[in-house]
Design a protein around this ligand. Structure first.
Ligand SMILES: [Zn+2]
Length: 414
């Protein structure tokens, strides 16, 4: 496989501004995503995938038909998202290819403070001789997840141009609005028709992720009593102070994002909506075990009840909304899905790096919607940053793994 294919596509895709927008109610949330989605349909059709189409919610789906004798294999899917993070500037991205990287710090021309320092970025050390792509210093690059889009497109091209490479039916999907948590919302699993899928949206070569957080959103609302502050003696109950007391009582040495790592979960107050009469604290609840979420929520309820117990007349209410669940709960029931990726990496000469994700992916939701979906590397680094980068060779390695997965004839996957 030549390595020009993924890179050339990648450089084209990143120039389209596809930042998603959580304030928008449309799907996709922004018109820039539609521009790229339509381009991808054209490119897929140009490669001979005649059923490539864009649905009314901004999801592209297409099929690479099976080669002779493999039509009865179960269909395998590959998925990447086209949107980029709304938290960073993403218009007028000017990608720069640093050919045959020599191992030194990389200075980005549009901002003297934007430097990829080898000392800060250990992953750069393994990239000497490769072609590194960065933005120019003032915007994100969009490798998250256009590296995944480019790798999938390069794999499609390889399979189409090499009909001697035997494979079963392959389904492709490009999705909108992953960065604002809506990527799986309108994904039509039934129409997709695959027995399993792989998102191509990870970092270093070899990353194979099949375990994510389980996640809830919790709102703790303190009810106080407001009155004219000049005549409030023995009457006013300040809900802001109750909420502050609740937050102060959270553990100082654990259970928070800033004190946990690896397999530890946390509770994370991130928004306070405050008034004397009524104050709500919104918290993210995270754990690798869904039962661990319940424990953390009970702990917070006890804490809040203790706070209001000290303020007669005050009240407290709780609301818990499930966000997503650890995909491993599904994937443990389909071990062949992860095994297929492991074996494919082995055939491509890549050692799998298996570690839990301290977050969620579209695959966390899709797995529970009936489509077991682990996540594989795309070569992305420094997500959501002006220092985002990817190497052309890593994107090609991702394309090779996709081809190897498509070739596998393990019918046990059904
Ligand atoms: Zn992503």
């Amino acid at each position: 496989m030549t390595h020009t294919s993924a890179l050339e596509r990648f450089l084209r895709y990143v120039t389209i501004d596809t930042r998603s927008d959580e304030h928008s109610t449309s799907s996709p949330s922004t018109p820039g995503q539609l521009t790229l989605l339509k381009l991808l349909v054209e490119e897929l059709q140009g490669l001979g995938l005649t059923d490539a189409s864009l649905d009314e919610h901004g999801y592209v789906m297409a099929t690479i038909p099976a080669t002779d004798g493999r039509a009865d294999d179960p269909a395998i899917g590959f998925i990447a998202h086209v949107d980029t993070s709304p938290e960073m500037p993403g218009a007028d991205v000017r990608p720069i290819v640093h050919r045959a990287y020599d191992g030194s710090d990389i200075l980005l021309p549009d901002d003297p403070a934007a430097v990829l320092r080898v000392g800060d970025i250990p992953a750069l050390a393994s990239q000497i001789g490769n072609d590194i792509v960065t933005a120019s210093g003032t915007t994100l690059l969009g490798a998250d997840d256009k590296a995944g889009v480019a790798a999938i497109m390069a794999a499609v091209e390889h399979l189409v141009r090499n009909p001697d490479v035997a494979h079963g039916p392959v389904r492709i999907a490009f999705t909108p609005d992953e960065e604002i948590g809506r990527g799986a919302d309108r994904f039509d699993v039934k129409k997709f028709g695959a027995v399993c899928a792989y998102t191509i949206d990870g970092g270093s070569v070899g990353e194979l992720e099949y375990e994510s957080f389980s996640a809830d959103a919790m709102t703790v609302t303190f009810q106080g009593f407001n009155t004219h502050p000049g005549y409030a003696k023995d009457r006013m109950i300040n809900a802001i102070k109750l909420a502050a007391e609740f937050i102060v009582r959270l553990p100082q040495d654990g259970l928070s994002p800033e004190t946990t790592e690896d397999r530890e979960g946390f509770v994370h107050p991130y928004v306070v909506d405050a008034s004397v009469e009524r104050t709500s604290v919104k918290l993210l609840i995270r754990d690798f075990l869904t039962s661990g979420l319940r424990q953390k929520e009970s702990f917070l309820e006890r804490l809040a009840h203790e706070v209001v117990a000290g303020a007669p007349g005050a009240g407290v209410e709780f609301k818990v909304e499930p966000s997503y669940r650890n995909m491993r709960e599904v994937l443990d029931r389909h071990p062949e899905v992860v095994e297929r990726a492991r074996a494919a990496m082995g055939r491509a000469g890549i050692t799998p790096i298996e570690k839990p994700i301290r977050g969620g992916t579209d695959g966390s939701r899709l797995s529970f919607m009936g489509l077991p979906t682990p996540n594989l590397f795309a070569g992305e680094h420094n997500f959501h940053s002006r220092l985002e980068w990817v190497s052309a060779q890593d994107m090609d390695r991702a394309a090779q793994v996709i081809v190897q997965i498509a070739r596998s004839s393990d019918r046990a996957i059904e």
